[in-house]
Every structure is written in structure tokens, then in C-alpha cells.
Write a protein that binds this ligand. Structure first.
Ligand SMILES: NC(=O)c1ccc[n+]([C@@H]2O[C@H](COP(=O)([O-])OP(=O)(O)OC[C@H]3O[C@@H](n4cnc5c(N)ncnc54)[C@H](OP(=O)(O)O)[C@@H]3O)[C@@H](O)[C@H]2O)c1
Length: 353
């Protein structure tokens, strides 16, 4: 099955017209309600939107699932069928591995719904995403004063990426305290039972309970701006790896004391997408895309991260990235809504951030 070639699935985010314009710019002028009706009622096929070049050679394709983020979450059954069809397209394009971008992972339960496929390997990309977010979180924690203790809130903690990031932060006590947030209390309780032995852990189903955290790691699957100005303590840092984004630029404008850092983006300097873009400049990729590329370039056979990634899988992707470091695969310098942020400066103990 491994032929070194991969396909990566994406979908339009909240403003469908903005992301359709990445395929063909005139499509940006089509009103949202027209997309909503057309994509719901017409049998629009998956769209092969770009071919991927890494290190000067053709490495794979980007395939768009024709359904916006909100509809995918509202109609997960239909979403699964569309992801299945896009995976058929990946097979026809000659891919040996398919990576599940953004909410294509959520609607397939992290790829579990595709596990019975034997014609292509599947990965949700969440092992390397967890590795990348963990590295970024640790860098941000290094810049915070330690007098209060490093209190981290993980929102979306029970998800595929969230549970792996939580386990990584707890594993070697990189944090002093964890607050885990999601909507399902039983799942939160089960996760806390696993991490609580390492780090004091509290759980909550309310976003209000991140108000005491120094660092908020946002890993929810939602089409809304869930994290709002009133949720954050003065000087808080937010690491937002969600796609579509669950923070809005208005948050940064209303709370200039808060730093919102873009999460889950890595440098692959030679990366080029020919024919369309997925919202990042040349040379940058979402970590889930990067995992798919890492596995394909390394000749991986079969499925990889399906459901919640294990810490062994996280460590494996880190090892693959080290092997292919001549191509990059490192977390990129901090940006906030795509704009560079000044290099963080570690504060001496006792100085408030
Ligand atoms: N930057 C990257 O490279 C990259 C890579 C992979 C994923 N992502 C993004 O990371 C996010 C998580 O992906 P995933 O695959 O881990 O998703 P997932 O497995 O579906 O998990 C989503 C998590 O969010 C929680 N959640 C959903 N809606 C919520 C709400 N309204 N309030 C609070 N919690 C909520 C879910 O728990 P409950 O259902 O119990 O609330 C769950 O804990 C997505 O936005 C995805 O696009 C980014």
C-alpha cells in the first residue's frame, strides 16, 4: 500500500466562500446562502484542490470535502459519507495514505469510521499535532513567571488531540496544575483519573473555569468562537490549535493584555501547494498535514493514528521529524492570527506576566 504518496483532506471552514476562493478566486464572490443550499442539495464531488511538492518532488494532493465546518458538525453522518468519498478520490489519485484535516477527523471519530478500509492507510494527524502543541506549550510556559505555579487549562481535553496533549503535559509534570474542560463530564472524569496521579487535576464543563489558568490550550472541535474575553485572567496566554479557529481576532483587540498564539503550525520550508492554498503561506503546514507527509515520506504502511493517538505514536512522529529534519518539520516561530509576535522573554520569578 505504501507508495510514498499521500492525500490530505480539508473542508471549507466557517466562511465557505473564503475557502472556496482558495480553489478558484471567483468562487469567493458566491454568497454563503448559495453555498449552503448547493452543498446540501447537489451531489458535489470532492475537489482535488492542490498538488503537494516537498523537497522539489511531487509528494501528494490536497482534497477538499465539499461541506462547511458548521454543516459537518450538524450532520456528522453525511460528513462521514463525504469523507469516505474523498478517501475514494485519494485512492484514485494513487495515494497510499490519507490524512484527516480539521473536522474530517472529528466526524469520523478520529478516523475510526475508516478503519475497515484496506485500500489506503489512514491517519488523523493528531500524534504529531499533539507533539507540536506540547512543544509550543512548554516554550510558552518557560516565558511565564513561576511564582503562581504553572496552571494550564486544556479545553477540548477529551478529544483526540486534547487527550494526548493532556497526557504529555502530565507525564513528566511539565505543569503544576491542570484544568480539563469539555462538555461531557463522564469523559472528563475518566481522563482526570488517568492524569490526576501525576498532576493535581480539576475538570469542568464550563469555559468560565479557565479563568484562573496562566496558559489556555484550545483544542475544541467547534465552528464558534468559544473562548471569549471574559473567560481569561489578566496576562493569560492562549495557545489556539483549532481549525476552524475557536478564537476571534476581536479577543486580542478587546484584551490587549492577553497573548493568543497560533498552535499546531510547523515549518517545512520547501513545501509548495500548486493550484490552491489551505490558509497558510508557502513553507508552513498544519501539524496534521505534516504527520501525513512524515509518514508517507518515511514509507509507512497501513493505518497510523486512529482515534486517540498513543504516546508511543507521538514519540514515533517526533523521531520521524528528527530523521527528516533536513526538510524542516519543526514548530514555527510564534504568530498570533498569522502575525509574528516578538520573541518571548523569560520573566524572573516574582514578576507578573
Ligand atoms: N493545527 C493542526 O494541525 C490541527 C491538527 C489536528 C486537529 N486540529 C484541530 O484541533 C481541534 C480538535 O481536534 P480533534 O480531532 O482532537 O477533535 P475531537 O476528537 O472531536 O475532540 C474535540 C474536543 O472538543 C470538545 N468540545 C467540542 N465542542 C465543545 C464545546 N462547545 N465546548 C467545550 N468543549 C467542546 C470535545 O468534547 P465534548 O464533545 O465532550 O465537548 C472534545 O474534547 C479541531 O479544531 C481540529 O480542527 C488542528
Amino acid at each position: 500500500m505504501s507508495n510514498g504518496s499521500f492525500a490530505f483532506l480539508v473542508h471549507p471552514r466557517v466562511r465557505v466562500s473564503a475557502d472556496m476562493a482558495r480553489v478558484w478566486s471567483p468562487l469567493g464572490a458566491v454568497p454563503e446562502r448559495v453555498y449552503d443550499t448547493a452543498l446540501r442539495r447537489l451531489p458535489v464531488p470532492p475537489i482535488t484542490m492542490a498538488s503537494v511538492v516537498i523537497g522539489g518532488r511531487q509528494a501528494g494532493h490536497v482534497v477538499m470535502v465539499p461541506c462547511g465546518a458548521r454543516r459537518l458538525l450538524e450532520q456528522p453522518g453525511r460528513g462521514r459519507r463525504l469523507v469516505d468519498r474523498a478517501t475514494d478520490r485519494a485512492v484514485r489519485l494513487g495515494a497510499g495514505l490519507v490524512g484527516l484535516g480539521a473536522l474530517t477527523a472529528t466526524v469520523t471519530a478520529g478516523g475510526v469510521a475508516l478503519r475497515s478500509r484496506t485500500d489506503i492507510g489512514v491517519t488523523n494527524g493528531n500524534a504529531f499535532t499533539a507533539a507540536t502543541v506540547d512543544t509550543q506549550a512548554r516554550r510558552l510556559l518557560d516565558t511565564l513567571g513561576t511564582d503562581r505555579g504553572r496552571h494550564v487549562a486544556v479545553v477540548g481535553a477529551t478529544g483526540s488531540v486534547g487527550s494526548a496533549v493532556t497526557a504529555l503535559l502530565a507525564r513528566d509534570r511539565a505543569v503544576d496544575r491542570l484544568t480539563l474542560v469539555a462538555r461531557s463530564a463522564p469523559r472528563l472524569g475518566a481522563l482526570a483519573a488517568r492524569t490526576g496521579g501525576h498532576v493535581p487535576t480539576t475538570v469542568s464543563v464550563s469555559m468560565r473555569d479557565v479563568a484562573d489558568a496562566d496558559l489556555v490550550v484550545l483544542l475544541t472541535a467547534s465552528a464558534d468562537s468559544l473562548l471569549r474575553p471574559e473567560h481569561l485572567r489578566p496576562g493569560a496566554v492562549v495557545l489556539d490549535a483549532t481549525q476552524p479557529r475557536n478564537t476571534s481576532p476581536a479577543l486580542a483587540a478587546e484584551r490587549p493584555d492577553v497573548l493568543v498564539v497560533d498552535g499546531g503550525v510547523v515549518d517545512i520550508p520547501s513545501l509548495r501547494l500548486l493550484g490552491g492554498d489551505i490558509g497558510l503561506p508557502d513553507g508552513k503546514a498544519y501539524a496534521c498535514f505534516a504527520e501525513t507527509a512524515l509518514l508517507a515520506l518515511s514509507g509507512h504502511e497501513g493505518h497510523f493514528a486512529v482515534g486517540a493517538p498513543t504516546l508511543e505514536q507521538v514519540d514515533h512522529t517526533r523521531a520521524l521529524a528528527a530523521d527528516l529534519s533536513h526538510l524542516g518539520f519543526t514548530p514555527c516561530a510564534s504568530t498570533s492570527f498569522g502575525r509574528p509576535v516578538p520573541a518571548p522573554v523569560a520573566l524572573p520569578p516574582g514578576v507578573a506576566a
